[in-house]
Design a protein. Structure first.
Length: 121
């Protein structure tokens, strides 16, 4: 591999195995309905956090079904589920942790979508 670019240059062999499908893996994070259309057709893997087993199964089944409808084998699109364990010494403490987590995620999402940055944004 010979490369000279803005951030680095390299004159060494690339000693990595070729991927099974001949190109880089394309992964997607998120579950928005708008993104699901492209995920079903073009993605090699999707990372998603679903809050309960029933919704996770429904999401998985939807992606696999749509992958088949796009004339791809279902195993060509992996669904990678993440978890968010929330621990507390009591049920009340766990609920406080869960509420805090949801509030922080909503705050980060609105800040990212509105273009605001920094403390108090």
């Amino acid at each position: 591999m010979e490369h000279e670019g803005r951030f680095f240059k390299s004159r060494a062999p690339l000693n990595a195995m070729r991927s099974p499908h001949g190109g880089p893996a394309i992964l997607q994070a998120g579950t928005s309905p708008k993104r699901r259309v492209s995920q079903r057709i073009t993605r090699d893997g999707i990372f998603v956090i679903e809050p309960n087993p029933a919704s996770a199964k429904a999401y998985y089944d939807d992606i696999k079904s749509a992958t088949v409808n796009a004339r791809r084998r279902p195993q060509t699109c992996k669904v990678l589920f993440g978890i968010q364990p929330i621990l507390g010494g009591t049920v009340d403490l766990r609920r406080v942790g869960e509420d805090t987590s949801v509030a922080l995620m909503a705050s980060c999402f609105s800040r990212r979508c509105s273009g605001r940055r920094g403390p108090g944004a």
